[in-house]
Design a protein around this ligand. Structure first.
Ligand code: GAR
Length: 208
């Protein structure tokens, strides 16, 4: 059984999708051992508590230097015996110290089809604002491993979602979450927990 630590900052709908998939048996061989938030008011923490999942809060601003924050975050994650770390709407950029400490064990869900609309400055609703301003007809979501390049790690799963005429950023965000994020994130967690993901030359291969 693998220990999953989920890092959150906000509403936690992706966390909920993972909780539901564990409860429904769609994620096997994994349990959420802790939910760590960068924000003590995140609704994601309420979701965790309602499901009797341990929680912790760690804020970048409580540490003088990035190195001190990184060390504290690494220690916290290690104290939960994490096999897999899931960034589910975690809005603090993870530095190289942290990605190196958990190489090929951190995954992130991003609300676009990487390599479009990703990298520094692309997060949450603004990804959908940028997609709409560019006039793309198709967008979607990506689950990928996290390395030292922001949104640049090996891609695990992607799912496309149609853009509709007259979409607002909020409407598009909702459709991308419902049709893509909440589907592919639990699926990627299940694949990881069952040792079905192999990385070769920076590219993932999903084992049958
Ligand atoms: C999700 O749309 C997630 O893809 C996005 O933040 C939202 C969090 O929602 N993450 C990023 O933009 C990371 N670059 P949630 O708290 O309801 O899961």
């Amino acid at each position: 059984m693998k220990n999953i630590v989920v890092l959150v900052s906000g509403g936690g709908t992706n966390l909920q999708a993972i909780i539901d998939a564990v409860n429904d048996g769609k994620i096997t061989n994994g349990r959420i051992s802790c939910v760590i938030s960068s924000n003590e008011n995140a609704y994601a923490l309420t979701r965790a508590k309602e499901n009797n999942i341990n929680t912790a809060v760690i804020k970048r601003k409580d540490y003088e230097t990035l190195t001190q924050y990184d060390e504290a975050l690494i220690q916290l994650i290690n104290s939960k015996s994490a096999d897999l770390i899931v960034l589910a709407g975690f809005m603090t950029i993870i530095s190289e110290n942290v990605t190196k400490a958990f190489e090929n064990r951190i995954i992130n869900v991003h609300p676009s089809l990487i390599p479009s609309f990703c990298g520094q400055g692309f997060y949450g609703l603004n990804v959908h604002e940028k997609a709409l301003s560019r006039g793309v007809k198709v967008t979607g979501a990506t689950v990928h491993f996290v390395n030292e390049v922001c949104d640049g790690g090996p891609i695990i799963l992607q799912k496309a979602v149609d853009v509709h005429e007259g979409d607002t950023p909020e409407a598009l965000q909702k459709r991308v979450m419902e049709q893509a994020e909440w589907v592919i994130l639990p699926k990627a967690v299940d694949l990881f927990c069952n040792d079905k993901i192999k990385i070769e030359n920076g590219i993932t291969i999903i084992k049958a």
